[in-house]
Design a protein around this ligand. Structure first.
Ligand code: GSH
Length: 215
């Protein structure tokens, strides 16, 4: 058995943050596929009782611990590996600030938007999509501006703040119906910088479950 297990599925950008970090730090890890689309596994009483009371993916299992919330998992792995770790109080607070902004306002809207547009049955109400798209546009522009003056979110080197914020950004543009990289030049070069890190893989190559079977 590998040292780390990650409960995940290929379509989850929330899980991708943790999977990418594990790969970039060269951890000995293996995925445990969660059947989100078929059985709605994270909502089952068994999953809530045995894996995560919050009913969410990702969960990192390590040495008897089960950690959820990708920001917590990233922090844990950064502390253990010493890689992608913010250094000092100012950087730690700044990383936390961007991770919370990401969870709530960047990928926190992008994930549900893509799910409702691409995977939900029946498809979402267009008014809901329009609301989410408005929030996405505003918040992606904030990230793009941030990256106009530095190569990575905190500065000269990549940290867990970057690995959080890329959560959904490598998935195909067709799944969103708009192309963030084409529309935001600073984000585009930042995504390429992260892609160049040794160990980088696309979410569909890193986690099991792609493509989805016909439903
Ligand atoms: N803030 C959480 C978000 C996790 C999350 O929403 N995961 C989705 C899968 S991509 C999930 O498990 N949703 C189950 C549900 O909402 O019922 C994190 O960063 O880990």
């Amino acid at each position: 058995m590998a040292e780390y297990q990650l409960y995940c599925f290929a379509q989850s950008g929330n899980a991708y943050r943790a999977a990418l970090m594990l790969n970039l730090i060269g951890a000995d890890w293996e995925p445990i596929w969660v059947d989100f689309f078929g059985k709605g596994e994270p909502r089952s009483p068994q999953y809530r009782a045995n894996v995560n009371e919050m009913g969410e993916v990702p969960v990192l299992a390590h040495q008897g611990k089960k950690l959820s919330q990708s920001g917590v998992i990233l922090t844990y792995l950064a502390d253990r590996s010493g890689q992608f770790r913010p250094e000092g109080e100012d950087e730690n607070l700044e990383a936390l600030r961007w991770i919370i902004f990401d969870n709530q306002k960047v990928n926190g809207f992008l994930g549900p938007y893509r799910f409702l547009r691409c995977f939900a049955k029946p498809p979402a109400d267009p008014a809901v999509l329009a609301f989410l798209k408005g929030r996405i546009d505003t918040n992606i522009a904030i990230l793009d501006k941030r990256l106009s003056s530095r190569p990575f979110v905190l500065g000269a080197r990549p940290t867990i703040a970057d690995l959080s914020l890329v959560g959904y950004l490598y998935y195909p543009a067709e799944e969103f119906g708009f192309d963030i990289a084409t529309q935001h030049k600073n984000i585009a070069v930042w995504l390429d910088r992260i892609k160049a890190l040794p160990g980088w893989k696309h979410p569909y190559d890193l986690m099991p479950g792609h493509p989805l079977p016909d439903r």
